[in-house]
Design a protein around this ligand. Sequence first.
Ligand SMILES: [Zn+2]
Length: 475
Amino acid sequence: MKKVILHSMVTFLTFAGAYGQKGVQDVLKNLEAKTEAYSGIAQDIWELAEMGYLEEESSKLLQQTLGSAGFSIKTGVAGIPTAFVAEYGSGTPVIAILGEYDALPGLSQQAVPEKKSADKAAGHACGHHLFGTASTAAAIAVKDWLVVNKAQGTVRFYGCPAEEGGSGKVYMVRDGLFNDVDVALHWHPGSQNAASAGAALANKSAKFRFHGISAHAAGAPEKGRSALDGVEAMNAMVNLMREHIPERARIHYVITSGGKAPNVVPDFAEVYYYARHNRRDVVIDIFDRMVKAAEGAALGTGTTMDYEMIGGTHELLPNLTLQKLMHDNLSKVGGVEYSAEEREFADKIARSLGYEKADVDRARTVQPYRTEAKAYGSTDVGDVSFAVPTVGMGTATWVPGTPAHSWQAVAAGGTTIGKKGMMVAAKALTLTAIDLFKDKDLVANAKAEFLERRGEDFVYIPLLGDRSPALDYRK
Ligand SMILES: [Zn+2]
């Protein structure tokens, strides 16, 4: 599990277009040959571990890679310094490939099979260093195919920051950056290979801030009004509300500020809430009731309250036309084969998760195709899926059984196991995009399904409203 740091290999990637290979197999071989270079890029982003909207170096590295492969780049799109769009080709179809590169706070971890911090604040516990790199690799491979086949069309890489709680893509959709896109492709690191239909919960999140009056908590309590009381009263009401909301709804919160000392009545307190459900109208209703609870809490405690929308995402709109295509391509590529050394690492990770041995078969095979899925989390890809026909998949970048947002995910992502899963994704994305360039009917069918599922009277209303990007939400 050699670590590869190869900034300089960015220029090496530009040779790709000159191979003169027309066949899809050659494109894949070409991609395979660059495994080391792409692994180096992913490793760099893994080590940088930059959090949402702070991904300056990670974004720059991917931009350089795409730029040196001949893509034209628009950076700082949608009012976000680390967001960018890289494009190659002209005319239609326009095939978008999404990439993410933000890390998670507090999850720093070394690439070893036991819990060991890397002395950093953040870690790539959702594998977005692999996500951004595989999508970049695919965009470049698709470009190579367009060049050697003199095919018409545009391949576009969307550099999407702050997926983790920052709703980066929502601002990009809101700004119309997907308006001329025909199909959007994405993927996500995971602990198995699957291109079945996905699902995601719609989500609204906000920080509720209460303002009171400070006073000596023992000497003059009657002069004080506690902002923390406001937070506690709100939490009590929201917790009562849980009995009267649809069953599958999810509400969670953390108190992000609750005063500094018990002998000072806090004049400021803040609570950060999420509301989720698989239908956005339910989320909107729950959120409105949460605001009422906050207003009531302020009234009852003699404090004032304001709130800031932080995130808001749509549920995921499936597209089975595209899903089947992606499943077939992922099946052609196949899963991840462990070396003896990787197997040893995987067994140690598996034991830390309570399994006896790593389920290497699950890493090696592709899951059967399913048309239905249960949603467990949220993603800003949801908003993209309501803008254009969108399809995604997952590959085994983590040891089977590893949950996202765990130290085990960070650890595997820093080894060749993660990089192998990344290359599986890059290949399956490439094959899927090439099929879409080759077959106009596929694109037309995907569009027809998209329009029908979205409904005739659909109007896009971002769940986070008209706020500007929350660029400092991780500061
Ligand atoms: Zn993620």
